[in-house]
Design a binder for this molecule. Structure first.
Ligand SMILES: Nc1ncnc2c1ncn2[C@@H]1O[C@H](COP(=O)(O)OP(=O)(O)O)[C@@H](O)[C@H]1O
Ligand SMILES: [Mg+2]
Length: 401
């Protein structure tokens, strides 16, 4: 048996260790600029956007660390912070699908209240949560947006005053999973109106720092007032081949394994398309199937096999089912059969033997169901790149329409 080691890969959680956070020098620099601008009274509300699994929560985590005085990442990337270190008052909130603008505002205020219990020794911050709670007591009575913003901003201004008293750089509200909000939640309007009101009341050291999946954020944009005009958008691209390779090589070295695959860079890119989540999954499973401390092509193939027949089997199977029956499965089969991950629409048309117009609504549905995404006009790819490997191994489902 080979010696036990700690798995250096973390497919299931964001990167919190700055030393294991790869690439991203430009986005990190932009985020640090947001911190600097907010500290300087020039608020830049910011939203990190990108595909599922591209690393949004990881970047948000790193910014949160930096905002609270951890300089490891900005030092390593040689980024000018503009200050020795940051000392913001901040809270973190993960949105969930059931939340309305009121729920979000309430959650933010409650978190500040408990944050104050931790940080502030002298005074007990009184932001009258109970009074705010009365706004939302009657669930059937939609709260007037103006009133909600009034009450929220007046309480946030108390948080701001306390932050100043405690010599903080300002107040940051971190919000992850913004794509989960429903378009009727009014959260989009809440952001726009709140940020305008904060500026008008000269509360300029308060910033929202958010993250959400690109398509979903743009959808909000269409349906509601312009989040992206109020917020600076920091888009996160997928990793390139070499960055993906670096993540794998670093993990293998940390686990004291060597890798003798000459073509790992290309082969791993083929199955992961540069998404760090599957890169971590692949690395983790290669280490787990290997028996001799030397990673080779057989370990690579076995890792893929294990992912599609075991580790990710249930997730991939339900994804395939969620795609729908009949023509949907034919389209999936066509996408999986193409030699590359990114598939031109005319290839799909030829494979299923239909005119593009005959299945364009099916394609739109597959995008909406998050089975496919559209990396370029007229091109499609699986949201979860392992779905391709799954279909290659298991075929598609015989479901009726
Ligand atoms: N900069 C990075 N360097 C290395 N691994 C990363 C990086 N960003 C994300 N990851 C990894 O990718 C996966 C997805 O990251 P996460 O931040 O949860 O993505 P998202 O929030 O966009 O869905 C996680 O396994 C995480 O460990
Ligand atoms: Mg996330």
């Amino acid at each position: 048996m080979k010696p036990r080691f700690i798995d250096p890969f973390t497919p299931n959680r964001p990167i919190d260790d700055p030393d294991r956070f790869f690439g991203r020098a430009d986005p990190v620099n932009e985020m640090v600029d947001s911190l600097f601008q907010i500290k300087s009274g020039n608020p830049k509300h910011t939203i990190i956007t990108g595909d599922r699994g591209v690393g949004k929560s990881s970047l948000l985590t790193q910014v949160h660390l930096t905002a609270n005085g951890d300089n490891r990442l900005s030092d390593r990337l040689k980024i000018d912070r503009g200050v020795t270190k940051y000392n913001f008052l901040s809270i973190w909130h993960d949105v969930d699908a059931t939340q309305s603008a009121y729920d979000l505002a309430m959650a933010i205020l409650s978190k500040f209240e408990s944050a104050f219990k931790k940080f502030v020794s002298s005074v007990n911050l009184e932001i009258d949560l109970a009074g705010f709670g009365k706004l939302g007591r009657d669930k059937n009575n939609p709260i007037n947006m103006t009133q909600l913003i009034d009450e929220f901003v007046s309480r946030i201004s108390k948080v701001d005053a306390e932050a100043r008293k405690n010599k903080k750089d300002g107040v940051l509200i971190f919000i992850d999973e913004l794509d989960r909000i429903r378009s009727d939640s009014m959260i989009s309007s809440f952001f726009k109106l709140t940020s305008e009101r904060l500026a008008r009341e000269n509360l300029k050291q308060i910033g929202f720092i958010c993250a959400g999946i690109t398509g979903a954020v743009q959808k909000l944009e269409e349906e509601h007032s312009s989040i992206l005009r109020t917020f600076r958008d920091v888009p996160l691209p997928r990793f390139n081949k070499n960055e993906g390779q670096e993540i794998l090589a670093d993990g293998f070295a940390k686990a004291n394994h060597t890798c003798n695959m000459q073509d790992l860079t290309n082969k791993s890119y083929d199955v992961t398309v540069g998404l760090p989540e599957p890169i971590h999954l692949l690395g983790s499973e290669m280490l787990s199937v290997d028996t001799d401390g030397i990673l080779d092509s057989a370990d690579f193939d076995n890792a893929i096999k294990k992912i599609v027949t075991d580790v990710r089997k249930n997730k991939l199977a339900s994804l395939l089912k969620k795609a729908g029956g009949g023509k949907y499965q034919k389209i999936i089969e066509a996408v999986a059969s193409y030699e590359k991950k990114i598939v031109p629409l005319d290839y799909i048309a030829r494979s299923i033997n239909q005119e593009q117009s005959q299945f364009s609504t099916n394609m739109a549905t597959l995008l909406e169901r998050e089975i496919l995404f559209k990396p370029a006009i007229g091109h499609y790819a699986f949201t979860d790149p392992m779905l391709k490997e799954y279909v290659k191994a298991n075929g598609v489902l015989a479901l009726d329409d």
